[in-house]
Design a protein. Structure first.
Length: 263
């Protein structure tokens, strides 16, 4: 793991391979460690960087509130420090919210975009609902939060047949700081990047699990409708962690990244 300075903090990241730069952004309460299998698969063709967002994994956090836009600007600073001007960008869940916000704020910096099981807005009751989740993130022992998370992340069949992989994700969750988890939950409730969608110029692939009830297909449809030329694919049988539950999606991602034409 390596670190890079930003205006507000120091971010940790992992790096694999060489080629065109591809940035991977992780979900809430996890870290870039999540991406190791996907990153290794794509590292034969891409310079893959899995970034730990503020307060997650090995990245620092000063304990102050932050927004999803702040996380997007952290990424911009990190890319400046690394000398990466134009990138491909993939985000899952919270990472997808950061990715689409980044692509809207800095449209000239994103060559291609993959948004998986994510949204630009959680709806009218988001602030209240996420505030309640933030309280639970801080106050409920992390081990007791696991059943709720596992049910959202993976189908029952995957949890049974791939228990080792499910537990790998659980261990990342258990090592996430509860206060940072709570602060990021508040940021998710305040998220509203809908006005940025028309600014996104990157060729965009939107993926969503058919049974994802954390960010359901209707939210993916709203993203695809708001981004010019975006392609939407609903993935049968999958829940929120589609890219982890179905590793073969790496080849669909590779296809999109390798054949992209800029908008």
């Amino acid at each position: 793991m390596t670190t890079v300075e930003t205006t507000a903090t120091r971010l940790a990241y992992r790096r694999w391979g060489s080629g065109e730069p591809l940035i991977l952004l992780h979900p809430l309460a996890l870290s870039g460690e999540l991406w190791e299998p996907l990153a290794e698969t794509l590292s034969d063709e891409f310079d893959v960087l899995a970034v730990d967002l503020r307060g997650h994994g090995g990245s620092e956090w000063d304990g102050k509130p932050f927004t999803i836009e702040d996380l997007a600007r952290d990424l911009a600073d990190a890319l400046d420090s690394l000398g990466l001007d134009k990138i491909s960008l993939l985000g899952l869940s919270m990472g997808g919210s950061v990715a689409v916000t980044f692509a809207g704020l800095f449209p000239g910096r994103v060559r291609s975009l993959v948004l998986a099981d994510t949204t630009a807005w959680y709806g009218e009751d988001a602030v209240k609902a996420w505030s309640e989740r933030a309280g639970k993130a801080r106050d409920v022992p992390r081990l007791k939060q696991v059943p709720f998370q596992l049910d959202r992340w993976f189908s029952p069949e995957f949890r049974e047949s791939h228990a080792t992989e499910a537990d790998r994700v659980v261990q990342i969750f258990l090592h996430t700081d509860s206060e940072a988890h709570g602060a990021a939950s508040v940021a998710m409730g305040e998220l509203d990047s809908r006005a940025l969608l028309p600014a996104v110029r990157a060729s965009t692939l939107v993926l969503v699990g058919e049974h994802d009830y954390a960010t359901p297909p209707s939210m993916a449809e709203a993203l695809a409708d708001g981004i010019t030329g975006a392609t939407l694919e609903v993935l049968p049988g999958l829940r929120h962690m589609s890219l982890i539950e179905q590793p073969a999606l790496a080849e669909r991602i590779r296809e999109h990244l390798s054949t992209v034409e800029e908008q």
